[in-house]
Design a binder for this molecule. Sequence first.
Ligand code: 0S5
Ligand code: NI
Length: 190
Amino acid sequence: MITMNDIIREGHPTLRKIAEKVDFPLSEDIKQLANELLQFLINSQDPEIAEEYELRAGVGIAAPQVNVSSQLLAVYLSSADEESDEPEFSRIMINPRIVSHSVQQTCLPDGEGCLSVDREIEGFVPRHKRITVEYVDLDGEKHKERLRGLPAIVVQHEIDHLNGVMFYDRIDPENPLALPDGIDVLGSGE
Ligand code: 0S5
Ligand code: NI
């Protein structure tokens, strides 16, 4: 089981590396890691498990964050509907690539954080509002998906990790709380 001790923090060189493409057929090690990454997110969002293991709740994680420099990420967004036991958006993505994106940008209203960053960093993180991402799943099936809203933002944060990019690299250092021209804030209407 992955815990916070497995997650490397800023300053670790792996976070600044370009991750290697994953080879097919998938090795058992990669399959296990993929499932553990997703399970970490599910555990971290379960109040009892999170408390017991001192997990910080996360909605996404990328393999480089556990010091594996491979193009692999997991995203888990639970449904706002408490009655539903289906997650809103749950993916394991191998070798993901953004093949196109909107010109329009968006950002989260309260900026971003990162499980590999143990400090609060203020500032808007501009993201593409819509992306089309190609990736391979655990069964080796290719997918091409159009994403918007929170899933699009989380996938961009995770793909950044595969490219050695941290969220704060994207904050305007001169003016962190100025909204870039023409950008909208997620959740504040269209
Ligand atoms: C329930 C549980 C509801 C958690 C909401 C959350 C991956 C939640 C976070 C991550 C911004 C877009 C610290 C707080 C950061 C993706 C960072 C926590 C998101 C990824 C994990 C990041 N968090 N929790 N990470 O690379 O919103 O935002 O989830 O660093
Ligand atoms: Ni992160």
